[in-house]
Write a protein that binds this ligand. Structure first.
Ligand SMILES: Nc1ncnc2c1ncn2[C@@H]1O[C@H](COP(=O)(O)OP(=O)(O)O)[C@@H](O)[C@H]1O
Ligand SMILES: [Mg+2]
Length: 213
């Protein structure tokens, strides 16, 4: 190992099935976000392989990885990362525009998605006009914009109070029930409790009692 390099993940083996809802839990720095980035084709592993929809994506060029992320994977973050100058609608439209969806189609889909997350009436509001929970619901609508197979959420309730976090948890439940695989990184036992499988991590590995299936 080169001086200064960090082994963030080691000997991690994991299979996520189509309809699964998986929670990854563990102390700060144990590699949860890194694992999510590897699963989400953001980072490539330095060793080992990642398969997505049956295809080895470990060695793909950046452009191809971006294409898979745009069309097949949705990301939700603790700090929402909405674009502040864009309205809720425009934030949800953006990934559809990037995917080349025609304007009329993406308008209609955006309206459906904002309805789905219960924010139809806030379509024209900017993030600064929304509460944390509302911003996260817009972020979830954006993550679903191109109909992903997999939704990855990194501490999605970390900035929210309990009641607001519960709304997000129910929304993630519904996304999973409606047919999208969900992998959530969380410190929140209420979030982890909803998952069909909980994987405790420590020091870049799964705990012995949280093996892959
Ligand atoms: N860009 C980076 N460069 C160097 N080390 C990093 C980087 N990102 C994360 N790490 C290190 O990798 C380990 C795992 O980090 P991370 O996946 O962010 O943990 P978690 O999300 O569980 O808090 C930590 O030791 C962290 O310091
Ligand atoms: Mg993290």
């Amino acid at each position: 190992m080169a001086a200064g390099s960090v082994t963030a993940l080691a000997n991690v083996s994991l299979r996520i099935n189509d309809d699964e809802y998986v929670a990854i839990v563990g102390p700060s720095g144990c590699g949860k976000s890194t694992l999510l980035h590897v699963l989400g084709c953001v980072d490539a592993p330095t060793a080992g392989a990642v398969f997505f929809e049956g295809r080895d994506v470990s060695w793909l060029a950046d452009a191809e990885r971006s294409r898979i992320r745009l069309r097949r994977i949705g990301f939700v973050f603790q700090r929402f990362f909405l674009l502040p100058m864009l309205t809720a609608s425009e934030n949800v439209e953006l990934p559809q525009a990037e995917a080349g969806i025609p304007k009329m189609v993406r308008r209609a889909r955006t309206a459906e998605l904002l309805e789905y997350v219960g924010l139809a009436q806030r379509a024209d509001h900017r993030p600064s006009q929304l509460s944390g929970g509302e911003m996260q619901r817009v972020a979830i609508a954006r993550a679903l914009a191109n109909g992903p197979r997999l939704l990855l959420a990194d501490e999605p309730t970390g900035e929210l109070d309990q009641a607001t976090g519960d709304q997000i948890v129910r929304l993630l439940d519904r996304v999973n029930a409606d047919g999208t695989a969900v992998v959530v990184v969380t410190h929140d036992p209420a979030v982890a409790a909803r998952a069909s499988r909980v994987l405790p991590m420590r020091d870049g590995r799964f705990e012995p009692d949280g093996p892959p299936r």
